[in-house]
Ligand binder design. Structure first.
Ligand code: DX5
Ligand code: ZN
Length: 217
């Protein structure tokens, strides 16, 4: 299992400190939430922030693009130092082509589904992706409650991976705590994004340890 702290809940005036802190605490990826104010009702981090963070951590930068027509921004995120780019199937008319665009940048490519989107719509690209991100809240903001009905989709993706020999990691994002993480592990998820659970804690390192411990029990 891997923990991917979302810097959406970090202190933007101290990003270097907050990235190094989670790296030292054993984080596996740094999760970067890009929002364009159109696909979701919030405006956050762009390629310039990825570029600014890049020299300060060795961890892979996991860039979650919550933007309409992600094709327009893939090259800029790749140039800025993204290691993984995930894009929403709901945000493009050309999911297959957009996945290939990411792969042509020689970085890991992932597809994301919102809570209201079924696994069915991404079946044609499951053999092409390195990651499938199952949103466990509606995207746009940190600090929301975990949506239980997403668990069945995690199970479905784990079963499909096994059946077809696919290699994607299953990532979950939204409302992850030491309790909800256990349900996601049981369902078959591998990568756990957590924002507010880690950064809103007065001791973020301890919060990461609690998530890791929950996985091992
Ligand atoms: C939500 C973002 C998440 C968010 C998770 O749209 O994609 O990555 O930061 O925040 P928490 O862990 O607080 O739900
Ligand atoms: Zn995210």
């Amino acid at each position: 299992m891997k923990i991917a702290p979302s810097i959406l809940s970090a202190d933007f005036a101290n990003l270097e400190r907050d990235v190094k802190l989670v790296e030292q605490a054993g984080a596996d990826y740094i999760h970067i939430d890009a929002m364009d104010g159109q696909f979701v009702a919030n405006l956050t981090l762009g390629p310039n922030i990825v570029q600014a963070i890049r020299p300060h951590t060795k961890l892979p930068l996991d860039c979650h693009l919550m933007v309409s027509t992600p094709e327009k921004l893939i090259p800029a995120f790749a140039r800025a130092g993204a290691d993984i780019i995930t894009i929403h199937v709901e945000a493009t008319d050309h999911i297959h082509g957009a996945i290939q665009m990411i792969k042509n940048e020689n970085i890991a490519a992932g597809v994301v589904i919102n809570p209201g989107t079924s696994v069915e719509v991404i079946k044609p690209v499951l053999g092409d992706v390195d990651m499938v991100l199952v949103m466990t809240v509606n995207p746009g903001f940190g600090g929301q409650s975990f949506i239980e009905s997403t668990l069945g989709k995690i199970e479905e993706l784990a079963t499909l991976r096994e059946k077809h020999g696919y290699h994607y990691e299953i990532e979950v994002d939204g409302g992850i705590t030491h309790e909800t993480i256990v349900k996601c592990i049981k369902a078959g998820a591998d990568v756990f994004v957590a924002g507010s659970y880690i950064y809103d804690d007065e001791n973020p390192s301890a919060a990461i340890s609690r998530l890791k411990d929950a996985c091992h029990n």
